[in-house]
Write a protein that binds this ligand. Structure first.
Ligand code: ARG
Length: 619
């Protein structure tokens, strides 16, 4: 009895300590006592076994995640991750993006230009080595965190390693915790990746921009590819003679479903978070970066929409960029709103004060002054300068037609009187030379800030005993949590799951984003769900978990307590778009497509049943 109580207490304490979410870096598993938290949360495998997962989850096309789901190199990711590639392969006559693509046998799997898939081969800490090399060469704190300093170091370590000369092997040294630690990543990249299944747009992206970042959701945002290699399994450029890559580790699939409260975990490659900013830095992000980029984006989207209505060929040409811009603008708008609504700047001020008090208690003068120094660096005048510089960069990086749409905004949006001259500039060169002083100020600030940030982060980590996860930086991470609905506002409560019937509730005859695919309708009316139906005969579509993810995680596997695949992560909810700055357990949710919905779309809807034979399906 006593023992039970104690372990319950320990669980409570650990859960409490972990309530800040976290994109955990498995390299720190022991140091951060992650195993205890995983077990307390409900993991039913040995935490050490999680390391084998590393071999099943790779980076797709540089910016997304995909997972290996068969011994023959089949990989699953999001439709929106394959989007640009499939878009580039599509014409008005053969439109794989709009109409979808379902291979019916391996010979129909299509080569995808430029697409790569990378596995992480090994990871090691190299902090001492980096600091040593920097000290010996007198490299300052800013430069030592840059690619130009770190890449030669990584290359020389690769040359000394046993991986030297192996096809597709690369090494990269990446800063963690604001440059307080460094790790080397050895990766292997496969350049022959083929398209296997891509659902039609009105299925994969049902709900379009309106539903994007929003719950409840009904689309299966997924696509299937296959990694090919030479006969010896080595990375090789596309060649018809290449064969499917054989893999020892791949994810088994559970058809059993899940309930609210069940343990879930997601492994993937989250891109960027900034969880260790001071209040002044967060204000800078919101005022000087998110605000101008969003302000320019809104009229641009409007203009693009008008252009796209002119003809199908213009629509196809612009479709990819347009969707990306829609996604960013909605994201940034949502983040501005969420930061405001949750009072995040105020929360950061409390953290700043706690850090200063901690530093004073320890007699650490450098740390005690850091909040103040960052605040003075990012004063109002500097924020205005950065704001106008970002506005300028955003506006003048555009092609001339788009620039013409955004330039009239200048008068209204720019904050410093001296910025107004940009509107009068007749050429990009002329505008650049207005802006040169801004750039110099921006670069100076960035350099000074990197040094202060490192001290700030070191302080926060010392204060919390190095117990929180590092910021995302496109390296492989694990987040664990549970299946969980949420309450977005007073009196409103969201269920954790949706079913196909909901798609018909949203259906519109006027808005093409909400047009139901005719074959989906036919199968729905016939209730043709086969073995993919839930026990009450429904087709479960999407579900929510409180896992902590961000852009880059798109396509990541959602796994149950036994490490079986139950879904694919594809979005976040708009109420928590401040999550890149702070995890909010009440609001932050991850939106996932149910694996049974994915398989139904592949098999029953699309007729790519030959793939089912190579999967490990568990009842
Ligand atoms: N919000 C998703 C992300 O950033 C992308 C969703 C793509 N779908 C869309 N309709 N724009 O990962």
């Amino acid at each position: 009895m006593k023992k039970l109580f104690l372990s319950a207490l320990a669980a409570l304490l650990t859960l409490g300590a972990r309530a800040d979410g976290g994109m955990w870096f498995l390299q720190l598993m022991e140091e951060q006592h992650l195993a205890d938290s995983l077990r307390a949360a409900g993991l039913q495998m040995k935490p050490k076994q999680l390391l084998a997962l590393r071999d099943c989850v790779g980076q797709f096309g540089g910016g997304c995640t995909a997972e290996v789901i068969s011994p023959d190199g089949l990989i699953l990711t999001n439709n929106h991750c394959g989007y640009s590639y499939v878009h580039a392969m599509s014409t008005l006559e053969t439109n794989y993006l709009q109409d979808g693509y379902f291979a019916k046998s391996r010979v129909e799997e299509l080569p995808v230009p430029e697409l790569t898939f990378s596995f992480v081969i090994s990871v090691a800490e190299v902090t001492a080595l980096v600091e040593d090399a920097a000290a010996r060469s007198g490299t300052d704190e800013y430069v030592r965190q840059t690619h130009r300093f770190l890449q030669p170091l990584a290359d020389s370590l690769l040359a000394l390693s046993s991986y030297k000369g192996q096809a597709g092997m690369e090494a990269e040294v990446v800063p963690f915790y604001g440059g307080n630690r460094f790790y080397i990543f050895y990766t292997q990249t496969y350049p022959d990746v083929r398209l296997v299944v891509n659902p039609p747009l009105n299925v994969a992206q049902f709900g379009g921009d309106g539903d994007n970042w929003v719950w409840p959701r009904h689309n299966p945002d997924f696509a299937v590819f296959r990694v090919y290699a030479d006969a010896k399994g080595r990375p090789a450029a596309y060649d018809p003679a290449n064969v499917p890559l054989r893999r020892k580790h791949y994810l088994p699939i559970s058809l059993r479903g899940y309930e609210e409260g069940d343990y879930t975990m997601i492994m993937g490659f989250p891109g960027r978070t900034s969880r260790y900013l001071s209040a002044a830095q967060l204000e800078r992000e919101m005022q000087a970066i998110y605000t101008p980029i969003n302000a320019v984006g809104v009229p641009l989207l409007e203009w693009e929409r008008e252009q796209m209505e002119r003809s199908d060929s213009v629509r196809l040409a612009m479709q990819d960029d347009h969707m990306m811009l829609q996604n960013t603008v909605k994201n940034f708008g949502g983040a501005l709103e969420a930061v405001r609504r949750t009072g995040l700047v105020e929360q950061k001020r409390v953290q700043d004060e706690a850090l200063t008090q901690y530093a004073l208690r320890k007699g650490d003068a450098e740390l005690a002054g850091v909040v103040d120094k960052i605040g003075r660096l990012l004063n109002t005048a500097m924020l205005d300068t950065i704001h106008d510089f970002m506005l300028y960069r955003r506006t003048l990086s555009l092609d001339s037609a788009r620039r013409a749409v955004t330039l009239p905004l200048w008068e209204k949006l720019c904050r410093l009187p001296s910025s107004k001259a940009v509107t009068a500039a007749t050429s990009k060169e002329e505008a650049d030379s207005v802006m040169r002083t801004y750039y110099a100020a921006y670069a100076r600030t960035t350099k000074a800030e990197v040094v202060l940030s490192r001290t700030y982060q070191r302080g926060i980590m010392d204060m919390n005993g190095w117990s929180t996860a590092p910021d995302a930086n496109f390296t492989q991470r694990l987040t664990y949590g549970h299946v969980r609905g949420y309450s977005p506002r007073d009196a409103v409560r969201y269920d954790f799951k949706t079913q196909l019937g909901g798609m018909f509730e949203k259906e519109s005859v006027t808005d093409p984003d909400y047009a139901v695919n005719p074959r989906v309708r036919q199968l729905y009316v016939a209730r043709d769900f086969g073995r993919y139906a839930t026990s009450d005969g429904l087709m479960q579509t999407d579900f929510l978990t409180d896992n902590d993810i961000t852009g880059g995680n798109s396509g990541s596997p959602v796994l149950n307590a036994r490490g079986e695949l139950i879904g694919v992560a594809f979005d976040g909810n708009i109420e928590s778009l401040s999550s890149d700055f702070k995890y909010n357990p009440q609001l932050q949710r991850c939106i996932n497509a149910d694996i049974r919905y994915v398989l139904w779309t592949i098999d029953t809807f699309g007729g790519s049943g030959y793939l089912l034979r190579e999967l490990e399906l568990r009842p």
